[in-house]
Design a protein around this ligand. Sequence first.
Ligand SMILES: C[S@@+](CC[C@H](N)C(=O)[O-])C[C@H]1O[C@@H](n2cnc3c(N)ncnc32)[C@H](O)[C@@H]1O
Length: 386
Amino acid sequence: MGVPYATQLRAKQARVAALLPPGVAWEEPFASPESGFRTKSTMVVGGTPAEPTLGILDADGLGVDLSACGLLGPATAAAMPVLREFIAAAGLRPYEVPRRSGELKYVHVVEAADGGLLVRFVLRSQGQVGRLQRSLPLLHEQLPAMRVVSVNLLPEHKAVTAGATEILLTDETTLAMPFGEVTLHVAPGAFVQTNGTVAAALYRQAGGWIDADLAAREANRTTAAAGFTAPSNTTASTSSTATATPSTSVLDLYCGVGGFALHAARPGRVVHGVEVSPPAVASARRSAAEMGLEVTFDVGDATAARALAAEPDLLIVNPPRRGLGSELAAQLEAMDTPTVIYSSCNPGSLARDLAAMPSLKPVRARLFDMFPQTDHAEVLTLLRRR
Ligand SMILES: C[S@@+](CC[C@H](N)C(=O)[O-])C[C@H]1O[C@@H](n2cnc3c(N)ncnc32)[C@H](O)[C@@H]1O
């Protein structure tokens, strides 16, 4: 922090370009607002019952308040003092890591572009749920834009930010997040990109590259078909079969709540997403249904052989920081799918995966500055089979 933004962006661009092979056509980096860009925030609860902190823990496990952090989105920033007051008023004791006592461990906040909020309280035990529920009308009064509230239970003392049990406290089960033409539904715990402005541009860019790639292939196919000289005894129906437009198939692995898949949907395209998180898949299905799209989603493991059983015309992958890993990379290397769109939040694991897939050549790439003021980078690449 403190490094001028243009310098940050140049340094990131140079770093990611050095990690990818030469010969890639790089587009201008997509810049982010420098502050107020975080549309999802995970705040560790610390401090005392009367004066809770929302932020991080210091080296001794004590709370450091970051509720006035300049990176938080505007609706999240406005909600922070209200949430701190609410925690004190509702008597929710902050969890004390050094003593392993107390109840409230984290508050997760997601904000939509229209200011709507999803708030998730991560508690050690179920005992406090009633207390929270009773005080909720007060919170709703002070945060009218709060659409979804849930409690997540994390009884274990371990370094993760949520447990397996989710209890919804509102009728609304997902936060509707408009990204251009597409409204994504985000359920508590489902993955959502960190920076809404940049995520919208990322999805738009991927949709544009997919359109251009499939259109170019279709044009080549039509040219090839037109150049074909039919033998004199070929019937009219045979030649019309040669020029009919077949539907194209797009597979989105690690699809989350469907951001890439829904932006790739077009008439005549069969789009399918695979994702391990059931709430994310339910959210993606809801968005597709609301938009009247026949995009389908399944809960599944992207690394299982089944996920790639039918080879698509175009594949999208957007794995977590660890990347695809050697097994999935080997599967992609062995496929015939001509184009892969790879969106990565970790250029290091992207470079490792690319080295394991020599048949897939990165031809276009663009840095999306999802995480300004850090050295993290999101990179979208278009890979073509050699
Ligand atoms: C970087 S996020 C991308 C999500 C989505 N593409 C988006 O833009 O919101 C990675 C996603 O992969 C999912 N995931 C992690 N491991 C997986 C696996 N083995 N199989 C399928 N999905 C997985 C996570 O739940 C998360 O939703």
